[in-house]
Design a binder for this molecule. Structure first.
Ligand SMILES: [Zn+2]
Length: 266
């Protein structure tokens, strides 16, 4: 018995140390050859390049809506992370929300809070609440570090598991291509590393909580995903590549709604 009393704390301590290297929020174990600061540095550079190469929407109302929803979700994320003692995870974030003129039904959030919404998705989001579903989902991918996970998978496949700092130094072009591929931007669209089913489910789940905390009714997510499932051939890589079938996704969201609604104050 005495031995047990000594060993149990040691085992618990070992487990605590072990789990410290897992994903925040979900606790899921995640391949990481990439540090957050390395990802943010690449992200900020690529985001600037992307905005230089693409046109911002000239629609003042829609642009203001994207910035408003983004700021509301940013506040929700910061509150959520603060409540869960994870504020340091958002260190180095430089949030930005831009609406880009493009027929693509797409949106994404790069590491460090760099968001782009394409005008092509607005007919499907329909209103501000619909936009909050998309932006909540994309921001959830970023704060759960799914991009770093995809980048790590790409490094593993293409450069044999070398750490990003070494990859950037030795093979900068390949590294940049991998980053672009992880986000489905640039000339290599179509070979984007898909988000896994697990990542998609995490983004849906967290996205519902973030939108609810931001003041948007998460019940709207069911109708939104039904509309998205009807987009068909025009679905962008991010939404097309999602492994959960539309029916699975919608039924999972229905199960998560009671939890999300606890965060929703009218
Ligand atoms: Zn997604």
């Amino acid at each position: 018995m005495k031995l047990l009393k000594i060993f149990v704390p040691i085992i618990l301590l070992a487990l605590t140390v072990y789990y410290c290297s897992t994903v925040p929020i979900t606790g899921r174990s995640q391949l990481s050859l990439v540090s957050a600061s390395e990802m943010n540095a690449m992200s900020f550079q690529q985001y600037t390049d992307f905005l230089n190469q693409n046109s911002l929407s000239t629609n003042k109302n829609e642009t203001a809506m994207v910035k408003r929803v983004g700021a509301n979700i940013q506040r929700a994320v910061e509150t959520y992370f603060n409540q869960n003692n994870l504020s340091q995870e958002l260190d180095g974030y430089k949030w930005e929300f831009n609406l880009v003129e493009s027929p693509d039904v797409n949106a994404w959030c790069m590491p460090g809070g760099k968001v782009v919404v394409y005008t092509g998705i607005l007919p499907i989001t329909k209103d501000e609440t619909g936009l909050a579903i998309v932006m909540g989902h994309e921001i959830a991918h970023a704060v759960a570090q799914h991009g770093a996970e995809r980048m790590s998978q790409g490094l593993l496949q293409q450069l044999g598991g070398v750490a990003l700092s070494i990859a950037i130094k030795d093979r900068p072009q390949e590294t940049q291509n991998l980053f672009m591929t992880a986000y489905g931007i640039g000339s290599t669209v179509g070979v984007m590393l898909p988000f896994s089913r697990t990542q998609e489910s995490e983004a849906d789940h967290l996205g519902l909580i973030f939108m609810a905390m931001a003041g948007y009714n998460p019940n709207a997510a069911v109708d939104f995903w039904i509309r998205m499932s009807q987009v068909g051939g025009q679905k962008p890589p991010e939404f097309l590549s999602t492994h959960p079938s539309d029916e699975t996704r919608i039924s999972d969201i229905k199960k998560e709604l009671p939890e999300a609604l606890q965060y929703y104050k009218k």
